[in-house]
Ligand binder design. Sequence first.
Ligand SMILES: [Zn+2]
Length: 507
Amino acid sequence: MRQRWLPALAGATVVGGGMWLASCASAPTTKSLAADAAAAMGGLERLGGVQTVVMRDGTGTRLRLGQMVHATDPETPSTLSKVTETLDLVNGRAVLDYEIKSGDFTQHRQEILTKKNGTYVGLENVAGRPLAVMSPSGLFSWGTQNHPGFLLARNVITVVLVAAEAASSQAPETRDFAGSPHAYGTTNFGGETIGLYFNTQTRLLDGFQATDVDTMLGDQPAVYTLADYRDVAGVKLPHKITIVKGGKPYSEVQFASASVNDPAAVAVFAIPEAANAEVDKAIAAGDYSPVAIARISDGVFFARAYSHNSLVVEFPSYLAVVEAAYTDAQSATLARVLANQFPGKPVRYAAVTHYHYDHTGGARGLAAVGATILAEKAHEPMMRPIIEAPHTNPPDALESARKGGKAGGIEFFEGRKVISEGGQSLELYAVNGIPHVEPMVLAFVPKGGVLFQSDLFFPGTGAQAGPDAVALLQAVKGLKLRVTTNAGGHGGVGPFAELEKAVAGGR
Ligand SMILES: [Zn+2]
């Protein structure tokens, strides 16, 4: 399993009693400037002694969530609040904890990258849901980063210490950064190059740049701006962190306070006793995220995950999946489960209901096992970059599969697409007039009368009908689909009458 947030990072922890070189009075080098920055932050020894950092009470914004109504709409920033970021430098563990507000949607989330007996595992803790256990590659975040692991390689302490203990160093140059000239130099960090911007007055590190591999966006030149340095128990830490990826705003958070080496900080990494068996399962599986297959009707199956579900349609010689949701770890798990249950039947197609990143985070993972991604023409501006972006540092499953010549591609259809073989068929319809996204693709399996829809109505949950559910019912009637069963990208599987009753107001 590749840990994509750690770009070939050997020994993530840079802690304790190194042979720190004092900065030289003449001919500054990037290394000496980094040592100066460390001195300005409280000294190399004190920085080296930092074991945990907790940044608290952050507020700010996050973009690049792919939640627009139209694929070509500009993105409205989502709001982050109650942001707490915990970093354990000694053990290489990290937590993103925050509340995200995107339009009417609000969620309190906590993504925990922790370890059991030295092996990484991921925990996702969302208010109102049971704790979900997965491989680190299964973590998905809407916090300041899309994975908590970024905190390990992209925090100021690690970056400054790595640069200050670099094996060799060149003379810096002058470059503008955040509107003023800075001393700029590069350092090597576990095989990748980090560019550093030193403030010539305060000597602090005002920012750095590197190539991040974002799960959805792929390789992104990323620029981190560090501001509002404040004293935290003798260590100066930036309290305002702005991240730009691919030249576009990504996240910005202003923290209200911070602590260093607080013994209570590590409690957040503890694995609850009840989760131990699932943790062992996740560790043994490699790429893992919970997925269970349940039969809906002949040749139609529900792939229930902990948050974002898929539909599986069985044809005589292959399978089709609707919705490659959430993460590549979920797709890898789904592919394994299907290979087990349907030996000899490859996943030939993976249809996309809409491009929102939480519903397409597994698209690369299914393309990696050879599936052709089926998407509606209007979704192309969002879907093509997801599938075609390079993910090289390190390569993800699709990048590797492409090198082996075995990867699936992406195919666009306009309005309607039908896949059929031997009496089984899967129909895909692009539908307009749904508030959530324009257009939305509905999937329908006529044999069995099974509808699959995402984000419009949560079947089997006793949910009330909002405007999206009303529009869904209208769309199904307009298409004259004879639906008996409603399967949800969220929620579960229920009779179609449940939707009709909810829309009529009777629940
Ligand atoms: Zn959506």
